[in-house]
Design a protein. Structure first.
Length: 330
């Protein structure tokens, strides 16, 4: 069985030499454990943080140990009541072909109810991030105008569509290619969208949201955050979900220069972590699952095949190669 190890802690953009695909013996599962053959493995921006030694909400990856992350696989051996070989589970030991999983850290998923990959994306962690961040942290309400960055990605594409479905007055998205912008307008029903690489974000946002924004869902940080503060309306709310534009920085990024606008607007900026919002999971699955089934909420996945391409898929997320959730299929 092959698994990806972190060999050295990347400085700046991670390099292939920082990682190794290692052959390892498949262990036998003990009491309360499962042997799982991974079928779909997730790569996510937050993994960049776990490659650094700095203390954060998720423990750093150990050097010369397999990396971790969301995965869905088929149970091969089960020492657990209620889980049979052939069942599928969602768990956190990705980046490898086979995993010995403590059943307590796994949940059974239904391959009949939805495609297995969706438990990592639209119906999984990134979906709940969009749902909780928009509805709870940003306290979205009908009639709000919503701006979301990273809008063609897994979280962002769902934020924009949920806002539309829940009665946003206007949804504006930004993304890093003209192809992605076209998708936002033509497939996801955004009212306006722009390519942030085509000109200053603040100018493009002012044009796309002439009446300002009530909610900004931040996936990017940097210029985007400053632009959103500049366009914020009275009582505006900014949910800080991610800041992918600074994850590979070696120096702290400068902050927004226009924070004083929060006084005028009585604005609020608040960060959140999806892990604190799993109480919303049943409501999320019911509501968003319904929209996915009815076709009202659309999603894309970018699927890369093969464990040997797991690392390249991760680099692809940092570069913006993906449309929708980036998934590795084994
Ligand atoms: P995405 O599917 O959105 O993939 C990341 C995207 O980021 C890329 O496709 C790329 O698209 C964009 N990007 C990369 N570099 C830059 C840059 N310098 N400026 C602007 N955009 C850039 O990933 P996710 O949906 O999984 O995650 C989105 C964000 O949400 C991330 O910041 C992530 O860390 C955060 N997150 C936070 C969680 C939480 O609990 N707070 C949970 C899950 C995710 P493009 O072509 O548009 O540049």
């Amino acid at each position: 069985s092959r698994e990806w190890h972190l060999l050295s802690r990347p400085v700046g953009w991670p390099k292939p030499e920082d990682f190794g695909l290692v052959e390892a013996e498949v262990a036998q599962p003990g009491e309360g454990q499962l042997l799982v053959r991974n079928k779909y493995v997730s790569v996510d921006p937050y993994m960049r943080g776990r490659m650094s030694a700095a203390k954060s909400y998720a423990a750093p990856y150990e050097l010369n140990e397999p990396m971790q992350g969301g995965a869905v696989g088929e149970v091969v051996v089960s020492n657990v009541e209620g889980i049979e070989p052939g069942d599928h589970v969602l768990h956190f030991l990705g980046w490898r072909e086979y995993a010995v999983v403590n059943a307590k850290t796994a949940v059974k998923v239904d391959a009949e109810a939805a495609p297995l990959s969706t438990y990592l994306g639209v119906l999984g962690m990134t979906g709940l991030t969009a749902y909780a961040g928009l509805l709870r942290t940003a306290a979205f309400k009908e009639g709000d105008s919503v701006f979301v960055s990273g809008a063609a990605g897994a979280v962002g594409s769902q934020v924009g569509q949920i806002a539309k479905l829940k009665g946003a007055s206007r949804v504006i998205g930004s993304a890093g290619s003209d192809e992605k912008v076209k998708l936002l307008l033509e497939e996801y029903g955004f009212d306006a969208a722009f390519n942030y690489k085509n000109g200053p974000v603040s100018e493009q946002l002012r044009e796309a949201a002439p009446d300002g924004v009530d909610v900004y869902f931040d996936n990017v940080g940097g210029d985007h955050l400053e632009a959103a503060i500049g366009s914020l309306n009275r009582d505006g709310r900014i949910a800080v979900c991610g800041m992918i534009s600074v994850y590979n920085n070696t120096e702290p990024a400068p902050g927004p220069k226009n924070l004083s606008r929060l006084i005028q607007t009585r604005g609020r900026i608040e960060g959140f972590l999806v892990g604190d919002h799993y109480d919303l999971q049943p409501q999320f699955v019911q509501e968003v699952g319904g929209w996915v089934r009815s076709g009202e909420l659309k999603y894309r996945e970018t699927v890369v095949e093969g464990i040997e391409n797991n690392l390249e898929a991760f680099f692809g997320v940092l570069r913006g190669d993906n449309i929708g959730k980036m998934i590795v299929k084994l």
